[in-house]
Design a binder for this molecule. Structure first.
Ligand code: XMP
Length: 326
């Protein structure tokens, strides 16, 4: 296996030319490593696994088998984008598994945050295992490991990775971007022709909306959260905040308040907006969103999303609040 240490003289990849040189080098390396064998990849649709998928499709085409597990906790349109980009545009060998019911059934009634995370993580591995057992002749497992994952593997975020696969999978690893920093992965992704929105996607936790649908997840509240989050993202995109704010999302707690709609009592959940800036996610400051835009977003969410009757803004920096609510 190749080294896990970035050579000191390795240039930071920050131009299309450097990205192309990296791609050419990795395409050759992957072809040498893999030969005519098959490679399996868990494709979440996040930046890292997407860039690895695009790189491997270029190198070995249909010898790559991508598995996308939809755990039912994706943001609006994300699984659809994976199918569109990889299944259709890049014509990849893509297996799409809609495991929504499995995950949501297991999570029903579970309110404790760590327990929710564990259930999601364990079930992800189970689904992926079951799918890979059905495939024949797979010799390699590709992973979107990046350099910070190697540097921080014993650090604060170690518990975070839901995409983490079973350690006893007896397959040799293919990790073409493991010596790259995130900004470099993005430059390489653009050079590979992936959509800008996919390559510059904000970070999204492995357990997805599961950590933002607070307390015990219900399908109706999860749906409301997904719709409210989509409105927030759409408005940030339209108003030039998407490229400026590091992470922004909605969380929906599991309690209701009294409201009024069409002259009648209307009980609903609050949608809590969180928009933070950070460089390393270890600490974070609050982005100042123009009030006019906040009013507009509030208006849209309360009118367009069934079940939401208030919008609140979280002004808490990290520390003392973590970025996610759970
Ligand atoms: P916290 O909430 O700990 O989050 O301040 C710091 C950053 O990590 C993200 N996060 C996760 N990322 N799997 C991930 O890949 C996870 O389980 C997870 N939990 C939190 C969070 O969105 C923020 O960017």
């Amino acid at each position: 296996m190749s080294s896990n240490v970035r050579p000191e003289n390795m240039k930071r990849i920050n131009t299309p030319e450097l990205a192309q040189a990296f791609i050419d080098e990795q395409v050759a390396a992957v072809r040498t490593q893999v030969g005519d064998k098959k490679v399996l990849l868990a494709l979440s649709g996040g930046v890292d696994s997407s860039v690895v998928a695009a790189l491997l499709i270029k190198a070995i085409g249909k010898q790559l088998v991508c598995v996308h597990v939809n755990h039912g906790l994706m943001r609006k349109g994300e699984s659809e984008q994976v199918i569109e980009v990889f299944g259709k545009a890049l014509d990849a060998n893509l297996i799409y598994i809609d495991a929504t019911d499995r995950f949501l059934d297991l999570l029903a009634g579970v309110a404790e945050p760590e327990r929710k995370r564990k259930i999601i993580g364990a079930e992800f591995i189970k689904v992926f295992d079951e799918e890979s057992a059905k495939l024949e002749g797979i010799s390699f497992l590709a992973q979107g490991t990046i350099y910070p994952d190697i540097l921080e593997s014993d650090g604060v975020k170690a518990h975070h990775n839901v995409g983490g696969l079973p350690e006893d999978m007896e397959m040799e690893l293919v990790e073409p971007v493991k010596l790259l920093y995130k900004d470099e992965v993005r430059v390489v992704g653009e050079a590979l022709g992936l959509p800008h929105g996919m390559v510059y996607r904000q970070p999204f936790p492995g357990p997805g909306l599961g950590v933002r649908c607070l307390g015990a997840i219900t399908r109706d509240r999860l749906h409301a959260l997904r719709e409210a989050d989509a409105i927030l993202r759409e408005e940030f995109d339209k108003n030039g905040l998407a490229g400026k704010v590091w992470q922004y999302f909605v969380a929906v707690p599991d309690f209701k308040s009294v409201g009024v709609r069409d002259g009648k009592r209307y009980e609903g959940w609050p949608a809590i907006i969180r928009a933070v800036n950070t460089t390393d996610a270890m600490s974070a400051t609050i982005e100042e969103i123009p009030y006019a835009l906040l009013h507009h977003i509030t208006d849209r969410i309360t009118h367009e999303v069934e079940g939401i009757n208030r919008v609140c803004l979280d002004l808490t920096p990290k520390p003392i609040g973590t970025i996610e609510w759970e």
